[in-house]
Design a protein. Sequence first.
Length: 509
Amino acid sequence: MKLLSSIHEALTCEPFPILIFPTLLIVYYVYQTAFHPLGFIPGPFSSKLSSLPLVYQCRMTRKSKWVLAQHVKFGPIVRIAPNYVSITDPAALAQVYGGKNGFPKGPFYEAFHQVEPVLFNTMDADVHNRKWKLMNAAFSPRNLMDFEGYMDPHIALLVKRFQNYALKSEAFDFQPWANFLAFDLMGEWSFGAAFGFVAAGKDIHNLITTLEVRTDVLNAMGHLPIPSRPYMKYFPDPFFYNGLRVLTNLGQVGTFAFKKRLEKKEKGEDEGRKDVMGFLLDAKDPDTGGPLRQQEIVAEAISLIGGGSHTTSVTMTHVMDFVSRDKVLQDEMWKELRDAFPGERGEDWVASEGVVGRLPLLNAVLKEVMRIRPTSSTGLERVVPEGGRMVAGISLPAGTLVSVPIVAIHHDSTIYEASAPPKQRPETFDPHRWLRPEAKALTDHYIPFSLGSRGCVGKGFATMEMLKTLATLFRRFKFERVIPQESEKREGFVVKITECEVKISMREE
């Protein structure tokens, strides 16, 4: 009893509340910097103590720029949060992302759950394997070939809209139109019906804005502890409140589109068309042998809209930003397209995938744009598996978060400077680097769609969409960038420019 009484007196004496918090902070600091398993890894002082500096950089839409700055200061291996390591050593690519035994996705992706976990964000390996088999079959080359005819009318309609600008000699922002087209095509592919954005010339469902706000916010929230995320809607910064509020709109749009597609199928009005929704409605649940649950189908379709629309529209805008500034390159591309598609082009003509996929310069331009400005420039978070692993020559304990910034690999001078003429830096936009003999050595470090089983399942669809659209536009039109200054960039989950204003004129045969 005397011992308990003495402890009680010590805890309740006046100096104790004054000293306990500074003492705990000192103990926490000493542990994080000296005794933590990652304590030997250099990095910003504040990042060793909290993930808030990383969250703040995401909030300010400059995460990858900040991460790269830390690598310049501290080296190829940097601790960017208490339990998070960023690595720019190219050897880490295959170790972290490659092969069937790649590291699982981390808690960052749980922030992106909408309706239920999907292929993109599930952290469960068994669930991922099940969903991968379903979705990978839907994206088969045969299905994509069957779907191509549904793409063409939307691209042709975009051409007609651009012809109006050409006739008026009127400058316009290319970026919204790239969004309208990408969302319409992904609507056709995911739900069997376009959203009507190209026809209306505007975001009539407020869907594009919804997804832009959503990805910016979730990109920041993904680095917060999971228990704290639901409470961010009460945070005084409207950035978080607005981002969480729009999630409801996305779910409503997806559920409404699903019901319309299901109704068509039940009435036999879908004409046996090939799209993801039709594929999933016909698929069998590998666990039960019955149809897939409605909730699972809706969740996957919404995920495709969110992940497949912005990435393609942003990349096409980046292509336009570069090519519209380079008259020589644009003329060279047009000559390649003219030779591939000779003669007069009909009003509804759209370049065919079978041809554009084999055009060297067009494909080189797209590859170089995705190298210079990968849509997801930041590192994709993974978790070191049980037992720990050696990564880039250092031992990382199980549970450590690790990533390799894509933009750092794509700008690595040891890889890309060797493929360029003398004195040319990796930051230089040079599509011809992919047409030289040494280009074969670059492919192992070209990862715009990530690597391994967690790589982008929609790579084939996105590439087909972008090549067909860009070939059709550059075959018909000449573009000139209005603003000569370098484009201003901002980064949510994807890196985009703030505008892409161009002048347009018809090409003479």
